[in-house]
Design a protein around this ligand. Structure first.
Ligand code: DGJ
Length: 728
């Protein structure tokens, strides 16, 4: 049972749910980290701290040269007080120095978990789901308070942390660094795991041994970015997919962030995640407070799979909200790769009619429907339909699509403005810019300044008007450039460092209002594909367009890497044309289907150009997907073979009640004279039997897991196989 205890005699806090423990302790006023890992019943009162008189490690009290902040395991280390490692917090004081000494003031424990003001965060359904400890630290010199919040979950091996700062002094302070979480480990016998990428190449797994000094990833782009996912993990070197200890941090935030592992001279490791300091500062006037984003720390003693199970289940149940949380997601057809900007109403209706015929459920009109948007140079911000392309307007088009028996969805890029737009001509001051400096362009567009209330109100009203006027049940919310020359016309000089975070707060506000106002609309977030695939966005929008790379083979790595943190139900995944538009690769329709069916299935090609035989195969895919959809979208996902390790990839989905199993396996390049491949399933019931629905063969769960299924020799590159098993 989830519990948080405080042991008065040695000021020790113990958070546990019977499977994991997290322990912190106050010693001489400082908050120390004592343990994070598999559950312990208690920590011995006399458990020693490793302390000695280390040269050049200062100590706060002259009488004890062994008590040094430089060597102790800290919970939330501040700056310039004898701890020379990476600080969790750095504050510029009114007199200009950056010395902060945070010591213990008080604590409280409560059932459940409070929301974070203005920010996305995991939430409880009932107070019994979790317990929260708040420890208040203060700097008695300036009056700064830091309220450290720790939530432990009953069902998930996760601790959620965040910090709220409060200026209890009489003069303004400037927060320059504020990690959401910081944990010290006694040793550095770890590998570091991060997810790096690029546009059309997101979330590649990278595992490397830790080394001395700082290993850091992050983004200063004003978006979590394609380049790094806001996630970091320490893995014991023996960690495999199914075994070994993993300590992970995932940030519930969509803007600039940093995550690091710092190994010091004593081989201890400090793991941190939070806002990126390079493009952030926050002025805290007396009596003002500042809330950091939330960090979700997952512990697994069962390897990477164990870690992913924690994130998948916690995020599916306690992060994603709204009507679609437990509702099957529609199979869609999107016109982007079919027509790009070059479409007519007639063409769209032709695609829609064909899609309906195949059993597809939702038609999505992508970029190009508004203003004078003939290419990507124009009209962002002018959210009025282009009547040359759509003579019956959006209203007419959406109604025609709905009359066919499909639902209608629409693309938007509300955070942006084109230079050539009425909006920019009317409001040149509404963009993020530094007066007098030339702004950089990305895709010929500028970023609206969402740190401004009037800009946020404009976006809310512009999107609302379109949603109210037409029959729309899905929105794809895109964002296609990063923030540069970060400045806001409304903020005073001392607050210009706040622009990027205020932008995120504005965006979250806009999304909160719109998703609340239109609860029946399914929102899919997108940023040039997976450039903002993060837990922050999922709080508002339950699915994300995983990548602009629709090549099935490239997607194996992208979806595999994404699945480390995010469940397949959150991943938009489409079958597209061959040769593939990003890579020119030709892959079989079956492989494109198996890959896309491993997430939220969609089609993104001109299906009116497909042969009858191909259409028949798409019809079959759609109908298979409908039958396995609850298993793929709401079952348990396990990775079986990694495309990062060989030319094979495989994964499985187990239905929530264990009665059905779906598996996909892929051969990337075919090799001559290769040894026979076997697919080993995991997490089945060893005592149950499973019927292969294609052949009628009955397999024991123990056989599928221990002896595996021998795979037939691949007959070509890029081949795939799919199984559906029913428990008998
Ligand atoms: C980037 C998205 O990721 C694509 O799917 C498409 O919507 C384009 N933008 C449209 O400009």
């Amino acid at each position: 049972m989830v519990n948080i205890t405080y042991r008065e005699q040695d000021q020790l806090f113990h958070l546990t749910n019977g499977r994991i423990s997290y322990v912190l302790q106050v010693q001489r006023g400082y908050l120390l980290h004592r343990y994070w890992g598999r559950a312990v019943r208690r920590l011995n009162e006399n458990r020693p701290l490793y302390r000695y008189d280390a040269g050049f490690s200062p100590n706060p009290a002259p009488e004890d040269r062994t008590f040094s902040l430089d060597t102790l395991p800290r919970e939330y280390p501040a700056m310039d007080n004898g701890d020379f490692r990476e600080p969790a917090v750095c504050v510029e004081n009114p007199d200009g120095n950056r010395v902060t000494r945070l010591t213990y003031l008080s604590y409280s424990i409560y059932d459940g978990k409070e929301p974070l003001e203005g920010l996305p965060a995991t939430y409880v359904e009932t107070p019994a789901d979790a317990k929260t400890l708040v420890v208040v630290l203060q700097d008695s010199y300036t009056g700064l308070k830091a309220e450290l919040s720790y939530t432990i979950w009953e069902k998930y091996d996760a601790i959620c942390r965040s910090v709220r700062f409060y200026n209890g002094g009489e003069r303004p302070l400037t927060v320059r660094r504020c990690s959401s979480a910081s944990v010290d480990f006694a040793d550095s016998d770890f590998d570091l795991l991060t997810l790096w990428g690029a546009h059309i190449n997101e979330r590649n797994m990278e595992r490397r041994p830790l080394s001395h000094g700082i290993s850091e990833i992050g983004s200063t782009r004003g978006a979590s970015s394609h380049q790094f996912s806001p996630f970091i993990a320490l893995l014991r070197p023996n960690v495999t997919e199914e075994s070994g200890e993993v300590f992970a941090m995932s940030l519930v935030y969509s803007g600039s962030f940093a995550a690091s592992a710092y190994v010091d001279q004593f081989q201890s490791t400090r793991l941190q995640i939070g806002l990126n300091t390079r493009d952030f500062s926050w002025r805290l006037e007396p009596k003002e407070s500042f809330q950091t984003p939330e960090c979700v720390m997952a512990y697994s003693a069962a390897g990477l799979d164990g870690m992913s199970q924690v994130y998948h289940k916690l995020y599916a149940e306690h992060l994603v909200r709204g009507e679609y949380k437990h509702k099957e997601r529609p199979i869609l057809i999107n016109n982007w790769e079919a027509t790009y900007f070059n479409f007519t109403e007639e063409k769209l209706l032709e695609i829609a009619a064909c899609a309906k015929e195949l059993g597809i459920e939702l038609f999505v009109l992508d970029d190009g429907w508004f203003g004078r948007r003939w290419d990507d140079n124009d009209s962002l911000g002018d959210w009025v339909e282009n009547l040359q392309k759509l003579p019956h307007g959006l209203k007419g088009l959406s109604q025609r699509v709905v009359d066919m028996g499909l639902r209608f969805g629409l693309w938007f890029e509300p955070e942006m403005v084109s230079v050539n737009s009425n909006l920019y001509r009317e409001h040149p001051d509404w963009i993020v810019k530094v007066p007098g400096r030339h702004p950089s362009f990305g895709r010929n567009q500028l970023v609206l300044d969402l740190s401004r209330e009037d800009v946020c109100d404009f976006i809310i009203e512009a999107v609302s008007r379109v949603l109210e006027d037409s029959n729309i049940s899905y929105i794809k919310w895109d964002m296609n450039r990063h923030i540069t020359e970060a400045g806001s016309a409304l903020l005073p000089p001392e607050r210009q460092g706040e622009v990027k975070h205020r932008y995120m707060l504005g965006l979250y506000h806009v999304m909160e209002v719109l998703t609340t106002r239109f609860p029946h609309v399914l929102f899919e977030s997108c940023s040039g594909g997976g450039g903002r695939f993060d837990a922050g966005m999922l709080y508002y929008m339950p699915q994300t367009w995983t990548s602009d790379d629709t090549d099935a083979i490239a997607r194996l790595k992208i979806q595999y890497g994404t699945s480390l943190v995010f469940p397949p139900v959150t991943m938009g995944s489409h079958v597209s044309a061959v040769p593939n538009h990003q890579l020119g690769r030709v892959t079989p329709l079956s492989t494109r289907g198996a890959c896309a069916m491993s997430g939220n299935l969609g089609y993104e090609l001109d299906i009116t150009k497909m042969s009858d035989e191909e259409l028949e195969r798409v019809r079959t895919q759609v109908s298979i997907y409908k039958s396995i959809r609850p298993i793929v979208q709401f079952g348990e996902f396990h990775r079986l073979k990694s495309p990062f390790e060989s030319d094979e990839a495989a994964w499985e989905f187990i239905s929530p009640d264990g009665s059905a199993v779906v598996a996909m396996s892929f051969q990337i390049l075919n090799h001559p004279a290769q040894c026979p491949a076997t697919l080993y399933f995991t997490h089945l019931d060893p005592n149950a039997d499973y019927r292969d629905e294609a052949t009628g063969n009955i397999w024991g769960g123990d056989e599928l897991m221990n002896a595996g299924i021998p795979l037939p020799r691949a007959s070509s590159d890029f081949s795939s196989q799919m199984w559906v098993f029913t428990r008998v």
